[in-house]
Design a protein around this ligand. Structure first.
Ligand SMILES: C[S@@+](CC[C@H](N)C(=O)[O-])C[C@H]1O[C@@H](n2cnc3c(N)ncnc32)[C@H](O)[C@@H]1O
Length: 204
């Protein structure tokens, strides 16, 4: 997977290079999420991190692809914003430290294998504190019959199943589902967006 990302950021335009995501923009522009210390996990095309920096957030963007980080640096400079871009692996963080008020994940967690999702949780939870907010976008749909057969044959990654985000994150976060969409035709069967708030006693 990493080689794929290195290739696409270096030589092509990624199909997810579509600008800042609607629900993130709405949460910020409505004042629901106010400028704070934020991190874009798997910052890829830089769109979401640059959007947050333009709205006054203090932003880090991290990605394990060196080509993504180079692209982010170039785009951040062109946009005239200051973002701290950090090359690091979310399943084994070495350079990202501290805790964040707001975390963004568009398309990383759902892209990982089951063991890597557990490693991601072990690495990302320490980046949160009580009441941190976390917006996460996932591909999510019930596997179609042919996908189940294919998965039984070759294994590999799967989209999130309905209820899986709640199962994985609810021990740590209160979870609000912002959107769930299904796409009856086409390869991607659906997606969902969740806004989560870290549980805890400490007030911030
Ligand atoms: C589908 S892309 C989305 C990119 C980005 N969120 C955006 O909107 O442009 C997934 C991103 O996650 C990054 N990624 C995947 N696994 C990662 C990991 N273990 N650690 C850090 N980044 C990872 C990839 O390099 C890629 O940029």
């Amino acid at each position: 997977m990493k080689l794929f990302y290195e290739w696409i950021y270096r030589y092509a335009r990624a199909p997810w290079d579509l600008g800042p995501r609607k629900e993130l923009v709405e949460a910020v522009e409505s004042g629901r999420i106010k400028p704070c210390k934020a991190i874009d996990l798997g910052c890829g095309t830089a769109s979401n991190a640059i959007f947050l920096a333009q709205r006054g957030f203090d932003v880090r963007g991290t990605d394990y692809s060196s080509a993504a980080i180079a692209l982010c640096q170039q785009r951040g400079a062109a946009a005239g914003v200051t973002v701290n871009w950090i090359e690091d692996d979310l399943t084994d963080l070495k350079r990202v430290h501290g805790s964040f008020d707001f975390l963004v994940d568009w398309g990383v967690y759902d892209d990982l294998t089951q063991p890597d999702r557990q490693a991601y949780l072990r690495n990302v939870l320490p980046l949160t504190h009580a009441h941190s907010r976390f917006i996460i976008y996932v591909h999510q749909w019930s596997l179609r019959w042919w996908e189940k057969s294919l998965h039984r044959l070759i294994g590999g990654m799967q989209p999130m199943q309905p209820g899986e985000v709640e199962a994985d994150f609810s021990p740590y976060f209160a979870i609000e589902k912002l959107v769930e969409r299904t796409f009856p035709s086409g390869y991607i069967g659906g997606e969902a967006v969740y806004l989560m708030t870290r549980k805890g006693e400490t007030s911030k």
